[in-house]
Ligand binder design. Structure first.
Ligand SMILES: Nc1ncnc2c1ncn2[C@@H]1O[C@H](COP(=O)(O)OP(=O)(O)OP(=O)(O)O)[C@@H](O)[C@H]1O
Ligand SMILES: [Mg+2]
Length: 265
């Protein structure tokens, strides 16, 4: 069962939204579980009006000695139609629960009977969900295609190695920033771009509020994108994507990256 991690580096590009959208359109739904593994504290409960419990905190309390696949299922709740293991909105509580369960959960994910989409928040040194990140088949680094964000992505992608892909979020209104095309980004950061999530505020707010019927979302750009990415992940083409060619000298046109010496070759 594939384990997919989504994580950003900074600037809230849309990681949690992408994780939920992917789960909602997952071709093998309902056999996919959303694991909110954000040490800065979860947002899903507050955004959807759900309680974070049962969730990671109750799982950590119940599973101090042992965690079984059945226990993971028992501590999930349904969020916008998706079985989800939510974390506390409080950073300390979220990080403590993750530190307790991440290692044992990581060793169980293969036997869970569910595909797993993990929202790991922001990548950081000593991330308490590091065992989940290490166990992942695919790590999607979520970022906007701007020089400022990509300067961080290059370094992180290099550390994560061959399982990393970049998931771009385009069109979001960041004043004064130029967005670069995917091919150029892939070359500059040295990692393939899995896809470009469209900036679709109407669909994003509908997805979180659950107020409009599913048909509005079905037709949205955000869902169409999510379906393509979910299918690519499940058929494995996301991992077998052609590696970017190293840029020919002088061809790189992400000037800020090049100037900052951040380009991974
Ligand atoms: N594709 C999108 N189109 C429009 N709005 C979006 C999109 N993705 C996310 N948003 C909005 O941007 C805001 C941040 O999104 P989200 O919480 O998913 O980001 P994040 O990367 O998980 O942030 P954090 O690092 O704080 O956890 C939310 O208000 C969300 O509704
Ligand atoms: Mg988030």
């Amino acid at each position: 069962m594939p384990v997919v991690v989504l994580a950003s580096l900074k600037s809230s590009p849309g990681t949690t939204t992408a994780a939920l959208a992917l789960c909602q359109v997952w071709p093998r739904a309902p056999r996919v579980i959303l694991i909110e593994a954000d040490p800065a504290g979860g947002d899903v409960a507050a955004r959807t009006g759900a309680s974070p419990d049962p969730g990671l905190t109750t799982l950590a309390a119940a599973g101090r000695r042992e965690i079984t696949p059945a226990m993971i299922e028992q501590h999930c709740r349904s969020v916008a139609g998706v079985p989800a293991l939510l974390c506390s909105p409080q950073p300390q509580t979220a990080a403590a629960a993750l530190s307790t369960v991440a290692q044992r959960m990581a060793s169980l994910l293969g036997d869970l009977g569910y595909d797993a989409v993990c929202d790991c928040g922001r990548l950081q040194q000593g991330h308490p969900a590091a065992p989940l990140i290490q166990a992942a088949d695919l790590i999607l680094i979520v970022a906007r295609p701007t020089a400022v964000e990509l300067s961080r992505v290059a370094t992180a992608a290099k550390e994560l190695g061959g399982r990393a892909r970049v998931l771009l979020v385009t069109g979001s209104p960041v004043p004064g920033s130029t967005e670069y095309p995917s091919a150029e980004v892939a070359q500059a950061v040295g990692v393939p771009v899995i896809g470009t999530m469209p900036y679709d505020p109407a669909a994003a707010s509908t997805l979180w509020s659950g107020s409009a019927g599913p048909r509005v979302l079905e037709r949205s750009q955000l869902y169409r994108w999510a379906r393509r990415i979910a299918s690519a992940i499940l058929v494995g083409s996301a991992l077998s994507a052609v590696e970017p060619q190293p840029p020919a000298p002088g061809q790189l046109s992400l000037p800020l990256l090049r100037r900052a010496g951040q380009v991974v070759r």
